[in-house]
Ligand binder design. Structure first.
Ligand code: AMP
Length: 502
């Protein structure tokens, strides 16, 4: 059985196509599962029961790991000193979601389309794929969340036109412009911010409430421990209530007594105006990149739980002159779209065949440029973008480079990710040394194919022109990503944890 999984920063959802219809698969707790893990005596507990333990044992509690995907630092160290990387915690969440889906569907879940923010770079995409594999799932495709939402709207609502998807989740923000019609989808432009989401709105409310409490002689609730965890939960609840009501009260138990901080929607909106403005800048920027103006946008789709804040729809209306659409539940659209794609992909497509043909009548784009380091016109080493952002994927661009000395033994190739010319503003990774055939003269032409696969991950292909021979395809091996051996060890650990005594 295949599923679509929206692996969210704060909440995750699973969907499947049954009897031709896409539906959310109920988890053990609810339709949305908190992306949270609590280690109880070293054993992971996932979802709502974990979230409930956040205030009791903050040191055993892990959340928001999606923000750390593609980064090598551990996000948790258990009592035995075992370090957990972001993809390992994500794998625990994915395994839990798959087990829940298996129970609900009565069928083994082995393959999944897993979604990521469109703005995720290569390392974070690979980390997500690794997380699925550690969880024992075959990642059929790594799909951009706004594209998934577009698929859900296009296929479920049978709508066509040019959509702008505004996706504000728990921890990430994306804007994507796409054309949808006749069961087809073409992404035109995308951009985002992987560190902007509902969590940041919570933080502002937390600061506000904590300062209100101390201003009236109360204790500092931001203690890095239980009080703060309770304050965070109370502020997130209050924020959600403010999407319905004009005013509410943040109620939080301090070390000695209950504290109550009234807050109005208007005050919350004033406090968070800067965050909203940052999303507005991205919207205008993506629209400009798509070469369209508001008259060319038929509909704005709101996706992600945080787009329920009324100020989001108000802003979109101010910009576009029209109310945005929430016809497909913003919390569920991404998982539904992922399930619809999973159902349509031919078997064995996707991750194992990076250069495979386009499957499904949709086309996504690169969210970052890909290039290399070379001297610019002024003789300064700079980033030379070879595949610009917003190029349809999969794609390949071939450049010819000459060997530097006669009989050069190996080639070092530096691949950059980013669009700026300044090397300080892009990610540069060296591809592992590529062995060259003996006897090549100086300046021997090597055709280097820079490629993005359908998942938006990068690799290069090297062709020796003189010997008319393909030398191989090379992925970027960053320290940020796990090695094959490390992944296998994690898989074993996860199996042990699952199989161990409850
Ligand atoms: P997602 O990851 O897309 O499920 O989004 C989760 C984020 O949406 C969290 O930060 C939630 O606090 C936020 N959220 C969910 N429902 C609401 C609501 N009614 N009003 C404001 N924020 C919400």
């Amino acid at each position: 059985m295949r599923v679509g999984i929206d692996l969210g920063t704060t909440y995750s959802a699973v969907a499947a196509v049954r009897g031709g219809a896409a539906e959310i698969v109920d988890g053990p707790d609810s339709r949305l599962t908190p992306s949270a893990v609590y280690f109880e005596d070293g054993r992971p507990v996932v979802g709502a029961p974990a979230k409930n333990m956040a205030a009791v044992g903050p040191e055993d509690y892990v959340e928001l790991v999606k923000r750390r995907m593609g980064m090598p630092e551990p996000v948790h160290i258990d009592e035995d000193g075992r370090e957990y990387r972001p993809e390992e915690i994500s794998a625990i969440i994915l395994a839990h979601l798959a087990a829940g889906a298996r129970q609900a569907l009565g069928d083994e879940v082995r393959e999944a389309v897993v979604t990521v923010p469109a703005y995720f770079g290569d390392a974070a995409r690979k980390a997500t794929k690794d997380a699925a594999e550690i969880a024992g799932l075959h990642p059929l495709r790594i799909l951009n969340e706004p594209t998934a939402a577009g698929i859900a709207y296009g296929l479920l609502k049978r709508e066509s036109g040019t959509f702008l998807v505004y996706d504000l989740g728990g921890g990430t923000f994306d804007v994507t412009v796409m054309r949808v019609g006749d069961g087809e989808l073409e992404v035109i432009a995308t951009d985002g911010n992987r560190s902007l989401g509902g969590f940041d709105f919570d933080n502002i409310l937390i600061t506000y409430a904590a300062l209100e409490v101390t201003a009236t002689g109360g204790p500092e609730l931001r203690d890095g421990g239980q009080c703060e965890a309770r304050l965070r939960a109370a502020c997130e609840d209050a924020k959600r209530r403010l999407s319905q009501a004009e005013r509410t009260v943040i109620r939080v138990a301090g070390p000695e007594r209950l504290h109550q901080v009234p807050v109005t929607r208007r005050r919350f909106e004033e406090l968070t105006a800067g965050l909203l403005a940052r999303t507005e800048d991205v919207v205008e920027d993506v629209l400009a990149q798509s070469g369209l103006d508001w008259a060319g946008i038929d509909k704005v789709l709101l996706v992600g739980g945080s787009s329920r804040m009324p100020m989001v729809a108000d802003m979109v209306e101010r910009l576009s002159g029209r109310r945005p659409s929430m016809e497909v539940n913003p919390d569920e659209a991404v998982a539904l779209g992922a399930a619809l794609l999973a159902d349509r992909l031919p078997s064995q497509a996707g991750a194992l065949e990076p250069a495979g043909p386009l499957t499904g009548a949709f086309r996504d784009v690169t969210s970052h440029g890909m290039g290399t380091v070379a001297r610019n016109d002024f003789g300064v080493m700079a980033n030379t973008v070879i595949i610009p952002r917003n190029t349809p994927i999969p794609c390949e661009k071939v450049e010819v480079f000459g060997t530097v000395v006669a009989d050069q033994k190996e080639l070092r190739f530096e691949v950059t990710e980013g669009d700026s010319e300044a090397l300080t503003e892009v990610d540069a990774t060296e591809i592992d040394l590529i062995a060259l055939p003996a006897g090549l003269p100086e300046g021997a032409p090597l055709r280097i194919g820079m490629c993005f696969d359908v998942d938006g991950t990068m690799y290069i292909g090297v062709f020796d022109v003189i010997n008319d021979r393909f030398l191989g395809r090379y992925q970027l091996h960053r320290p940020e990503n796990m090695t094959r051996e490390a992944k296998a060890a994690s898989r074993r650990l996860l199996c042990e944890l699952e199989a161990g005594p409850a």
